[in-house]
Design a protein around this ligand. Structure first.
Ligand code: AQP
Length: 332
């Protein structure tokens, strides 16, 4: 069975973007592949996190994975920091990556542009190397990536080839990207040129998977659009285009069908309709989440991520030993 690996940062409650860009597809493919899904807590501290929030968000992310439909019996679900090999391999791979290529990463440029150079964290700069380690430890055949993460997968492939060439051995498998058939890039409701992010300072920009119906509808009502008042799928109307994409992700209707369905109504009614279908869709996830989020389930959840960490470590420790031996460390 081919292996797939992916993760999401617990830098907040997961969003509609994480759901349609990642989780929904992960659920679809869980029976076709051996899937390893982790919660990327090591990555999340590249942006300052309050410790208690991070701990809570990590545990909540496990529940959100399951509430979205990932079956812990057939998937390996684990917390990144529980498998110390991620950080160790990243250190080794730092020596197969170059400053120039890392400084050209779009995510680094975006996340660091508002900061003074002296205050930019090395961790933020090094993020793609840690991501390369996450991937290369497990020899996955495929890595599901949203459009925003393609550059990071590419650099993981470059680093893997460079390492293999330097040591003259095929230590790392070169993974391919898994591009889902469906799944759009969901944009911020407040700035449709920016992707929807869970760490957006303005909560009206994102829909969290745990937002209640009223909040969801309010956020869609406030969504930034233009003054055309015609529901049309066009790059010139990025706000409405984003709402059409969201409606399409939930209902599986095409943008053409959606334009037709809302041809004679204004933006107000359309926004309301999008809010309603999203609230209905999230209600199913929230019901399951509420069932899981009970004190009596704490032990069961802990077992899930402990079992996941054991399985992940079994694979990762073998690979790290091989790497250590290859670079010339004395292996214990
Ligand atoms: N807006 C989005 N549209 C489509 N896909 C998205 N993903 C995230 N946002 C969108 C997909 O979710 C997976 C993991 O995301 P992540 O949380 O690890 O990192 P991120 O992409 O940086 O997500 P956020 O919400 O923007 O996090 P913060 O705010 O902490 O930076 C990836 O597969 C990604 O494509």
């Amino acid at each position: 069975m081919k292996r797939i690996l992916s993760g999401i940062q617990p830098s907040g409650t997961l969003t509609l973007g994480n759901y349609f860009g990642a989780l929904k597809n992960w659920v679809k493919i869980q029976h076709e592949y051996e899937c390893m899904y982790f919660i990327a807590d090591l990555h999340s501290i590249t942006v300052t996190q309050a410790p208690n929030n991070l701990r809570e968000n990590t545990k909540k992310a496990v529940m959100q994975y399951i509430a979205c439909g990932l079956d812990p019996e057939i998937n390996t679900i684990f917390v990144q920091s529980h498998v110390h090999e991620h950080a160790e391999l990243a250190w080794v791979l730092n020596n197969s990556a170059y400053m120039g290529e890392l400084s050209r990463m779009t995510q680094f440029k975006d996340k660091s542009k508002s900061q003074k150079e002296d205050a930019i964290k090395v961790g933020l700069f090094d993020y793609p190397v840690l991501m390369a380690a996450d991937i290369l430890l497990y020899d996955p055949d495929l890595v599901p990536v949203g459009q925003d993460q393609r550059q990071h997968l590419e650099i993981a492939r470059v680093i893997a080839r460079r390492f293999n060439n330097q040591y003259g051995k095929e230590i790392f498998k070169i993974p391919d990207g898994y591009i889902a058939e469906t799944g759009a890039k969901i944009m911020s409701l407040q700035d449709p040129l920016k992707k929807m992010s869970k760490s957006d300072a303005n909560p009206n920009g994102f829909i969290s998977l745990l937002d209640d119906r009223d909040t969801i509808i309010k956020k869609f009502k406030k969504a930034v659009t233009d003054s055309e008042n015609i529901v049309r799928y066009s790059d010139e109307q990025p706000g409405i285009k984003n709402l059409i994409n969201i409606y399409s992700c939930v209902t599986e209707k095409t943008p053409k069908e959606i334009e037709k369905e809302f041809e004679s109504v204004g933006y107000g009614n359309f926004k309301m309709a999008v809010g309603e279908v999203v609230a209905d869709c999230l209600l199913k996830i929230q019901t399951k989440y509420d069932e899981l989020n009970k004190p009596e389930n704490e032990g069961m959840l802990r077992n899930i991520y402990e079992k996941g960490a054991n399985r992940a470590e079994e694979i990762a420790s073998k690979k790290l030993r091989e790497v250590y031996d290859t670079v010339g460390f004395v292996v214990r």
